[in-house]
Design a protein around this ligand. Structure first.
Ligand code: CP
Length: 307
């Protein structure tokens, strides 16, 4: 059983915890595909979604996940709450706790913010992305999509290309995939590679071809212009030509390799439209995996709270 109050990152997640989440998520994904959208597991529970940053996929899929499980859902947009009047994160957390929330699902621009909230509140905190630190449910949904395709994560070669330095998705995937026995290669401009990433288990490559050689999974990452000062690369056009993935570059991966991207995609920058819409692209399937993984995370944290 998942033996934790909160889901904050994959840095300390064991293989058995990841497997438990993925197994339950796969069951939920199959049930959703069969049209089952009412699984009354979290009736009488309340989930508050507290986002200090924009989101399409993560916010809506957490909301869908909680609603499919029968929970009540409250949405807080930080700009429209008392945060705009100067309320601290800790005081916001205490308020939500006093209202007997069972889950707080938080996205924050500061790395570590969900850890602070989790220490403050009795509710289970789910990290929906904190700065450039982690995005655990995104990596879990990526792993679910890979495992569903290949049957296992062990021994898979996953090539990650793009803005790795500013990517919480890359870090959570690296932690989770290494724990599950996959190999992770990375390629990016020197300016978009975080120092010490090799010590965390990634193989840093010198070319797109080297990174994709024999890959089972090709994962593009968004160029995060909102997190960058200007000057990490000359122009988006040059980035696409030298670091992006088109069909010619994709041919270096295995013939049955799949293409993933957490979204939102900068079309024609990190991936060409031909690759995004390729028959081997699983980008839309990732979105459904996201609902299922978030359902599994809510259920397992709820069980842990009862134990
Ligand atoms: N992948 C992801 O986190 O997307 P959103 O920013 O739309 O939630």
């Amino acid at each position: 059983m998942l033996n934790r109050k909160d889901l904050l990152g994959l840095i300390d997640a064991s293989a058995s915890e990841i497997t438990e989440i993925l197994d339950l998520a796969q069951e939920f994904k199959n049930r959703i595909k069969n049209g089952e959208k009412k699984i009354s597991y979290l009736q009488n529970k309340t989930a508050t979604i507290l986002f200090y940053e924009n989101s399409t996929r993560t916010r809506t899929s957490f909301e869908q996940a909680a609603k499919y499980l029968g929970a009540s859902v409250i949405n807080i947009v930080a700009g429209a709450s008392s945060v705009a009047k100067g309320e601290t994160l800790v005081d916001t957390g205490k308020t939500l706790d006093a209202q007997r929330n069972d889950f707080i699902i938080m996205r924050h621009n500061m790395g570590g913010a969900p850890y602070l909230l989790a220490k403050t509140v009795k509710a289970s905190v789910l990290n929906a992305g904190d700065g450039i630190n982690e995005h655990p449910t995104q990596a879990l949904l990526d792993m679910l999509t890979m495992r569903e395709t290949f049957g296992t994560l062990k021994g898979l070669k996953v090539a990650i290309l793009g803005d790795i330095k500013h990517s919480r998705v890359a870090k959570s995937n690296l932690f989770g995939l290494k724990t599950m026995g996959a190999e992770v290669t990375m390629f990016a401009p020197e300016t978009l590679l975080p120092k010490g990433i090799e010590q965390l288990g990634a193989k840093v490559c010198r070319s797109r071809q080297e990174a994709l050689d024999g890959a089972d999974v090709v994962m593009g990452l968004r160029i995060q212009l909102e997190r960058q000062q200007a000057g990490n690369f000359p122009s988006l056009g040059e980035y696409a030509a030298n670091y992006g993935v088109d069909e010619k570059i994709l041919a270096y991966a295995k013939p049955n390799a799949i293409v993933l991207h957490p979204g939102p995609v900068n079309r024609g920058v990190e991936l060409t439209s031909g690759v995004i819409d390729h028959e081997r692209s699983h980008i839309e399937d990732q979105v459904l995996s996201g609902v299922a993984v978030r359902m599994a995370a809510l259920c397992l944290l709820n069980d842990a709270r009862k134990a």
